[in-house]
Design a protein. Structure first.
Length: 214
């Protein structure tokens, strides 16, 4: 069983690459962002708190996300493994995860801030869902907050992965198929090119275009 984490700044292509990997290699995509947005859309007990936090551009507190992850992975619906997207983002989250589950590799999609702003604000301007509802944090002010918190809280987690020898870094600015090929190659997975049906399964109408990303 293969258990992977995929991470990177907002707009780096985590969602797109996660779905391609899962469709191609029969893995389960566990997107914490999608789960949190589901709670908001369905007005659960967490909805009001999550909505307030995400609308302000802040990261959801560890205890909320840890509980979401525990419940989701506790379903054990992944026969061949999973790709965990959007978690962990802090050292306490990473420690919680590794105390309870084994992880084979962590995929980091490296992307510069200027490209983050270009991609995220472009998709917000176009009003495209692309597998998500249009998010309140897709605006310059909230995005700046998210990036600041990303570098403060998430970057140290990468050092933690690197020390464990499980970190794989890939240039996320490349065309989607090239990113997929490099990720699959470093994970020892084949094929290195996603089949047409995997690309067709993407919700994002721009997912097959070079540089398009979630």
């Amino acid at each position: 069983m293969n258990k992977y984490i995929i991470c990177g700044p907002q707009g780096s292509g985590k969602g797109t690459q996660s779905r391609l990997l899962c469709e191609t290699h029969d893995l389960v995509h566990v997107s914490i962002g999608d789960i949190l947005r589901w709670h908001m859309a369905h007005h659960t007990k967490l909805a009001a708190r999550i909505t307030r936090i995400m609308n302000s551009g802040q990261l959801v507190p560890d205890e909320i996300v840890d509980n979401v992850v525990r419940e989701r992975l506790g379903l054990h619906d992944y026969n061949y493994g999973f790709v965990l997207d959007g978690y962990p983002r802090t050292l306490p989250q990473a420690q919680y995860l590794f105390e309870n589950w084994d992880v084979d590799r962590v995929i980091y999609l490296d992307i510069a801030d200027d490209i983050v702003f270009e991609r995220v604000l472009s998709r917000a301007k176009m009003g495209l869902g692309g597998g998500f509802t249009k998010r309140a944090d897709d605006n310059p002010e909230a995005l700046k907050v998210r990036l600041t918190e990303y570098y403060e809280k998430t970057k140290p987690v990468l050092e933690h992965y690197d020390k464990k020898g499980i970190l794989v870094t890939v240039d996320g600015t490349q065309p989607i198929n090239d990113v997929f090929g490099q990720v699959s190659s470093q994970l020892g997975l084949t094929p290195l090119v996603p089949p047409p049906e995997a690309v067709a399964a993407l919700d994002d109408p721009h997912a097959a275009l070079p540089g398009a990303a979630h």
